[in-house]
Design a binder for this molecule. Sequence first.
Ligand code: A2P
Length: 332
Amino acid sequence: MSVGRCVAVVGATGAVGQELLRTLEQRDFPVRELRLLASPRSAGRQMEFCGESLPVEVLTAESFRGVDLALFSAGGATSREFAPRAVDAGTVVVDNSSAFRMDPTVPLVVPEVNAAAIAGHRGILANPNCSTILMVVVLAPLHRAAGLERVLVATYQAASGAGQRAMDELLAMTRAALDGARPAPEVLPHPLAFNLFPQVDVFQPSGYTREEDKMQDETRKILDLPELRVEATCVRVPVLRCHSEAVSVELSRPLTPAAASEVLAAAPGVEVRDDPDGRGLPQPIDVTGRGEVVVGRLRPSRAFDPGLAFWLVGDQLLKGAALNAVQIAELL
Ligand code: A2P
């Protein structure tokens, strides 16, 4: 840690924070000094980075003195309060919360899709919603090849999207259920063990949830398609850390599944695994720990003509969060 930048990770103890540390280390991000920041609950805790044990410090307005880059993943309220203070201290912020994503002055970036958007940033860059990142990595090359008209998507979202405590709750409630107990959930809004529920984030007056709104609004911003219609149904499933999505798209021009497969195989950050008789069905269990979005079940849509239907899986904590944030930092 002698050359490079002074980097702060805000929310270092969380599910995404821990992956941020691993991702910085694995990608040899040039770190001269690392500051681990979290709430007073974590004061005194030590975490490992590059073979060193570092103390977790309590986040305060003074935490950013001398910090070049801050990766925030501690929820919207923390970002709203502290990201502007970091910018005032001369720090560039990559924010994983939803606080600034739809601010027209803040770039919303998926490096494989709209890297050029980082130009002209004013100190804060936003990391998109996890389900949206995974979907746009696949939609962007299809849009370039055949034009995107509209999108229908159902998600199968892992517990990790709701944080480390939700992952712990899924494990604890699964154990309890096997023992015949049915404790009430404290972190998630409904029981997740041996169950699923069609609610991610809070309901809006429209009847959609905020997560479903994010999938439309953020996709429009990232792809620069302000009129694109995205109908999402977001579902929490008892999986630890990979999101899956069943997607149907209406296209402007016909694109066969074989041609789409070629387009996607050549696209950055995408792996096509479309051999259902072999080991070709993308599943959370195989995609955990991977940086690519894995796509399969490519077939002609029966709802949209011309159109395609497909299935994708991505690691929510990596491409859906920590990896995308570190890729944005690398672009800087
Ligand atoms: P802590 O572990 O001290 O509570 P997750 O998304 O997995 O729940 O993680 C949330 C992260 O955000 C954790 O690192 C948590 O720290 C941190 N965090 C939550 N609230 C605050 C706060 N008010 N100030 C600083 N860090 C916070």
